[in-house]
Design a protein around this ligand. Structure first.
Ligand code: GLU
Length: 514
């Protein structure tokens, strides 16, 4: 490991759609390594495949990274010493490397038409061989290895369409060290002669990726496991381009798996099991289909970051709660596991709840303020903060404080039917009215225990068990069968609102128990 080398890492997404949550994790691990070593985090947009370009995806990627707190040092917005950071704008830089490889005998021109390739595939399949353009099959194709030199020259002069392919040796071991997986050994006999430069002069992913990693001085390539099969080819490119000395360290991250544990986590799993697989909400520009995002579903970015960090990486101790700063201090690629990490929805909710409980109240207020204003509730900050204190043990999302705890802000419109059916006797409404009267003597801001005392006294005088009216009282005030401790709830809502609610409930609810 070249320890002296400054840490320069890149997140290199292709703008082919919304960034998957697994992609956010890749970006996060890159970022953590960069920050831990005082290095540089680069965002490079790999958009050489114009057919797969999706409008809005690039903006979406940048907004998502910002939302989870990943800061980019060099990129399309920030600029930097290696600008431009969008591969389509770097197009003229790549071809020379492919021609250089031809000159050195490591690549060749291939003039085959699509039909030629199709026929070759069929022929190989028929004889039960790998249908690949490789060190064996290339000898029966139309390329600068098989055609006479003057024909190659004539074709080039004529402007015939061609691609440039890497010329891999027939049988040679490619070995490289992956920080997570250890030594990886692949024989070139299992690899094909990948296209490096396409007919339109655009580089393929492989060429552009390696050239840019070299030019941008990348020290570590941290990316998803799906790129592991490409790594041996990249190693060969480094060798053929004479850059092996400065080849980055590779680290291929484990897959993010479905909650059941088999197969890669997909958008369909999210739809099926009801959780987002994208950081932000995404509207498909073609179909207008909307996919949910963590942000809009009410997750805190800190909770998402914390959850993602632990999906594949293990800290040295048992700590589970990690701020970004803690993660930066603790992170190391050596503690990333080889095996896939199962997505766990319950854990995601748990993290969100932990952050809900920990977040300072004034921050909670800022988060809830727009929701409260949208609903037209006229309440002060202090009141909202006290609602949060009462509700945060019970809910997983900040928005639930307002949605589930609606009764802190408005009188119930409905009353829980099950409680009415099981508990509302002929005399219940009389007791509800009696309680209203019992609370009448309390101050507008009376404390919880004063309500409790008044309630107990009323029950004693009326000769009833507290259990007979306690739940009806809750339902009359809130409409809901459960919630925060009843006396705290009543005291916070306050006498001026509680008394009218009791009278209204007594007038509206029909006794159901004979
Ligand atoms: N453009 C590739 C992607 O979309 C980058 C893979 C890599 O990091 O080398 O994931």
């Amino acid at each position: 490991m070249s320890t002296e080398r400054p840490v320069r890492v890149r997140f290199a997404p292709s703008p082919t759609g919304p960034l998957h949550i697994g992609g956010v994790r890749t970006a996060l691990y890159n970022y953590l390594l960069a920050r831990k070593h005082g290095g540089t985090m680069i965002l490079r947009i790999e958009d050489t495949d114009q057919n797969r370009f999706v409008p809005g995806a690039e903006q979406y990627i940048m907004e998502s990274l910002k939302w989870v707190g990943i800061e980019i040092d060099e990129g399309i917005e920030q600029g930097g010493p290696h600008a431009p950071y969008r591969q389509s704008e770097r197009k003229p830089m790549y071809a020379q490397y492919a021609y250089d490889m031809i000159e050195k005998g490591y690549a060749y021109y291939a003039f085959d038409t699509e039909e030629d390739i199709e026929q070759m595939r069929k022929r190989l399949e028929a004889s039960k061989m790998q249908p690949a353009y490789d060190s064996v099959s290339r000898m029966s194709m139309k390329n600068s290895l098989t055609l006479p030199a003057d024909e190659v020259k004539a074709r080039l002069e004529r402007g015939d369409n061609y691609v440039i392919r890497i010329k891999l040796p027939r049988k040679e071991e490619v070995r490289f060290h992956d920080v997570i997986r250890g030594w990886v050994v692949v024989n070139t006999s299992t690899m094909d002669d990948k296209v490096l430069l396409k007919g339109d002069g655009m580089p393929t992913y492989h060429l552009a990726n390696v050239v840019d990693d070299y030019l941008m001085g990348i020290s570590h390539v941290i990316r998803g496991e799906e790129w592991l099969p490409s790594a041996p080819l990249h190693v060969m490119l480094y060798r053929y381009l004479g850059w092996e000395e400065v080849m980055p360290q590779f680290a291929h991250l484990p897959l993010l798996l479905k909650p059941e544990g088999n197969g890669k986590l997909s958008k369909r799993d999210g739809d099926r099991l009801g959780f987002p697989v994208f950081p932000l909400q995404w509207t498909d520009p073609k179909t207008n289909e909307v996919s949910s995002g963590y942000k809009e579903s009410g997750y805190y970015p800190e909770a998402v970051t914390n959850m993602l960090a632990l999906l594949g990486w293990h800290p040295s101790g048992n700590q589970e709660m990690f701020s970004m700063e803690d993660l930066i201090a603790e992170f190391s690629l050596e503690r990333v596991s080889k095996s896939g990490a199962k997505f766990d929805l319950q854990k995601a909710l748990w993290f969100n709840q932990q952050y809900l409980q920990q977040k300072p109240l004034n921050e909670q207020y800022e988060i809830l303020k727009p929701m409260i204003e949208a609903k037209g509730y006229d309440v002060c900050q202090e009141y909202v903060e006290q609602v949060v204190v009462l509700m945060r043990e019970k809910v997983q999302f900040a928005k639930d404080v307002v949605e589930e705890g609606y009764y802190f802000f408005e009188a119930p419109k409905e009353y829980d039917q099950e409680v009415v059916r099981k508990k509302w006797k002929a005399e219940t409404n009389t007791h509800i009215l009696g309680l209203a009267q019992a609370f009448e003597g309390l101050a507008a801001d009376a404390a919880a225990e004063l309500y409790e005392n008044a309630f107990k006294q009323y029950c004693e005088t009326a000769g009833i068990k507290t259990g007979e009216v306690l739940q009806p009282l809750r339902v009359a005030v809130s409409g809901a069968p459960m919630g925060p401790p009843i006396w705290d709830m009543i005291a916070l809502i306050g006498k001026d609102y509680v008394l009218p609610r009791l009278r209204e409930a007594a007038a509206k609810i029909q006794p159901a128990v004979a």
